[in-house]
Design a protein around this ligand. Sequence first.
Ligand code: ADP
Ligand code: MG
Length: 478
Amino acid sequence: MSKTAEQVWENSLKVIKDNISWQAYKTWFEPIKPVSLENEILTIEVPSQFFYEWIEEHYVELIAKTIKREIGKNAQLEYRILMESRNAHNPASVRVSSSTQGSAAYSNQYTQVKQQEDFSIKNPFVIPGLKRSQIDPQLNPNYTFDRFVEGECNKLARNAGMAVAQKPGGTSFNPLVIYGGSGLGKTHLVHAIGNETRRMHPNRTVLYVSAEKFIHQFMEHARNNEINDFINFYQLIDVLIIDDIHYFAPAIKSQDAFFSIFNHLHQNGKQLILTSDKPPKDLNGMQERLLSRFRWGLSADLQMPDFDTRMAILDHKMKNDGLELPAEVVKYLAYNVQNNVREIEGALISLLAHSSLVKRDIDIELAKKVLRNIVKTSSKEVTIDAIQKMVCEYYSVTYDKLQAKTRKREIVQARQISMFLAKQYTKNSLKTIGDHFGGRDHTTVIHSCQTVKNLMDTDSLIREQVKELQQKVQLASI
Ligand code: ADP
Ligand code: MG
């Protein structure tokens, strides 16, 4: 019995789901509807031209692969694009074919998807006498220096990376350790160094590997008594990039292998580039002998980009994707998405998807709506000051009265509620909170919090007021 379009699409989605992030799946795949399956041509309906282009650019290889598995190797994909028709009763549609067949245009495009498909390094050990030139560097060609926007937050790391790419193994930055929180650009930067090294020195063997994968490979080889092969292979590399070395912390045996490889490469003037989510000295569980070797080189951190850099990054991403947004929206994003660069990208993409779904121009209102949904998990913390201002405004008392010794009832209440909210919504200690109220001590803060709780139980007006203020504070932290 032949499959229907729905069945094929449903099965494909199961695979796709496992290969991309949850957010990408929700954004790009949930709105797609399977339309028909005829002569091995699967037609799917997408909500707009923008959607179609985005999917073709980012997910076509993944889709092609999955539908071929479902339909057969001659499978083809066609899109039906709902046109942005003025006449809502008569939605027009156009058909376009996917580029999957004549995929030349995409063959040299490295997508996120491809990165996952190619996850296993070609096993070098099955080819005796392997030539170094056959080692695939596992680099993402899209992660280049050109696309890595410079700012105060990454200056040292970026410049050191540049220097290393010019003279791998020939600077004092060996190893070069780049550290910083998630989404701040570590992976991008080390790929950029790898790509630049290859451009400058085509004969050097560069290899990028995540620590997770390194450990996995190590365990495989250990199981087969092939640890020596494993170590020998890595000792062939001229520029070895290991991403996320914090994963080594619990993996003692892998640390031993890494130590041998590190020493061999370093002694032979080869370059090591490592990334970590914290400064090397804080890598608990990492052997001291490794930590001391990390100190031989340079550790450079990536910090959260400041406002100007965030603007520059947004500008850059938009130029890259040929997009335009009103200046005030760009500012709004740069101002409000502060945690990391990955989130900035996520916000931009969601905004575009949203606008194309609801067929509406992107303006501040839409940006606010979209950000509310996506930045939820990473809400920034409100400050005690901000809470005090909100409460003062709410009760029309002046800010300095909160600090003063006044014992007027409405001021005492505003002060107590501010303390209560500060305790609830910030991570500050009781002492710090007290300091913000004219240097009151922590027992006063405890007492205030308790009083507000009691009042909320007994006084319905206060309860409503505090609830309203709680909502305001929550909104401020979106
Ligand atoms: P990490 O490895 O630190 O978690 P990534 O390197 O994966 O972070 O970066 C997350 C995303 O942010 C990537 O898409 C990357 O291209 C982008 N990015 C990070 N820093 C910059 C920058 N300075 N300029 C442009 N894009 C950046
Ligand atoms: Mg990374």
